[in-house]
Design a protein around this ligand. Structure first.
Ligand SMILES: Cc1cc2nc3c(=O)[nH]c(=O)nc-3n(C[C@H](O)[C@H](O)[C@H](O)COP(=O)(O)O)c2cc1C
Length: 166
């Protein structure tokens, strides 16, 4: 079975996870915002997207490519500040088609946010979000940043891919 890793990334952490997964599985890797990829060439897909402002960044790409995605086994990894749980599930359900969410195997990874890397708009928005967030732990992360990058977390994704390759 021939597969590919396809991702969006705003500040590089989803790209880093995509590269780690590609290295571990020898799959080709593509940034969907830079390359037009013919999904019909692949038997299965591994899709990665960060959560930005409560929405998966690649949601429009998913909607444009929905038929091709639904036609092949798909692993979807999200990268966010929030960990797996009802909040993340709600953000996904609000922005991605129900048919997509019930089709994919979703794995939630946590990423990185370095305030010094953010553009002025994002930095300002995250400070405002932090000021109004009643969850003070999450608010601190929004304002001061975080680094949850962990290569070990790709293991279940790699195992799932190896089963698809077998
Ligand atoms: C502008 C911006 C908005 C974000 N919004 C959310 C959010 O709504 N929920 C969340 O859990 N994480 C949020 N994050 C954290 C990102 O999901 C996290 O930093 C991720 O690693 C970014 O991936 P990237 O480096 O591939 O762009 C946000 C980060 C930025 C920079």
């Amino acid at each position: 079975m021939k597969g590919a890793v396809l991702f969006s990334s705003r500040y590089g952490s989803t790209e880093q996870y995509a590269q780690w997964i590609a290295e571990a599985t020898s799959l080709p890797v593509f940034n969907v915002d830079e390359a037009r990829v013919e999904l019909a060439e692949f038997d299965f897909l591994v899709l990665g997207s960060p959560v930005v402002y409560y929405k998966p960044m690649f949601r429009r790409w998913v909607k444009r490519n929905l038929d091709d995605i639904l036609a092949r086994p798909t692993v979807f990894f999200s990268v966010s500040g929030a960990g797996a749980g009802p909040k993340l599930d709600r953000w996904m359900a609000n922005s991605l088609p129900a048919s997509f969410m019930s089709h994919v195997t979703h794995m939630a990874l946590r990423g990185r946010q370095d305030p010094s890397e953010l553009n002025a708009f994002d930095r300002t928005m995250l400070i405002i979000a932090g000021l109004f967030n009643p969850d003070r732990k999450a608010a601190k992360q929004e304002m001061r940043g975080f680094d949850f990058m962990d290569k070990g977390r790709i293991r279940p994704i790699v195992e799932k891919i190896r089963k698809l390759q077998a």
